[in-house]
Design a protein around this ligand. Structure first.
Ligand code: HEC
Length: 219
């Protein structure tokens, strides 16, 4: 996966700048001229490094304080150093994370696409229903026209087979002659679409998961 490798390489190392300080001192030192060459106590100097050594190690003098003491002077040095911190992210974990993210995005897209199809289906179904079915079955598809049942109470399998069987002359609740021309006018797509619209007319909690129902039927 080419995309993945470019992302991976781009994110592998992060660099950050971190300022570090340390405090060293020398108590009761007599001469100003030797203070730069004598080992300082405390901090990163730890009685072994003088100012020169510290500078060689990348430290810069940030501040100096000199106080009179009983026996000469007390010197306090503040050193500062900018540190570059590089941290490396575990490549394998990162790759997993990216794959996971791609996977969830794929799922989200699938769900969105299904919703879109559902809306489209019920839109097409709405047009068909209003033009060709509503006059007999009612605006909510619940009207008991002739001997018909409430259409919102019929599942997809029965809906599909009754319509097909009207066309074949194999289904009649006593008033099939009134329904026959409308059964003949629908192809399998129209049947799905109009069923989808009727489904959307039901109260929310009675609505079926059409995707699943239609998928199960088409197997
Ligand atoms: C002229 C009136 C009329 C129109 C328009 C009409 N129907 Fe019907 N429909 C009926 C009648 C009457 C029945 C009951 C027939 C019988 O006795 O079997 C029926 C039955 C049905 C049934 C079977 C119901 C059951 O109880 O098994 C379905 C499904 C159905 N219609 C769907 C539709 C659809 C979808 C449309 C629009 C494309 C439509 N009908 C248009 C009159 C109509």
């Amino acid at each position: 996966m080419k995309l993945l490798t470019t992302i991976t390489l781009g994110l592998l190392t992060t660099i950050s700048l971190n300022a570090k300080t340390t405090m060293c001192f020398k108590e009761n030192h007599l001469s100003m001229t030797t203070i730069e060459t004598i080992a300082l106590d405390g901090g990163e100097c730890s009685s072994s490094k003088n100012v020169q050594d510290m500078k060689k190690a990348g430290w810069a003098v940030d501040d100096i304080k000199i106080e009179k003491s009983t026996n000469g002077n007390n010197y306090i040095y503040i050193f500062k150093k900018d540190e570059i911190i590089t941290s490396t992210i575990d490549e394998e974990k990162l790759e997993q994370k990216i794959l996971q993210r791609l996977e969830t995005r794929k799922k989200e897209e699938q769900i969105a696409r299904k919703k879109e199809v559902k809306v489209r289906m019920s839109k097409d179904g709405k047009k068909l229903y209003i033009n060709k079915c509503q006059s007999c079955h009612g605006a909510k598809a619940t009207e008991l026209t002739g001997n018909s049942r409430d259409l919102t109470k019929i599942n997809f399998f029965d809906f599909k087979t009754t319509i097909r069987d009207y066309g074949l002359g194999e289904y009649d609740r006593g008033t099939a002659f009134r329904m026959l021309p409308y059964a003949n006018l629908m192809d399998s797509r129209d049947i799905k679409n109009v069923y989808s619209y009727i489904n959307s007319l039901k109260p929310k909690k009675e609505q079926k998961d059409l995707e699943k129902e239609i998928e199960a039927e088409s197997k």
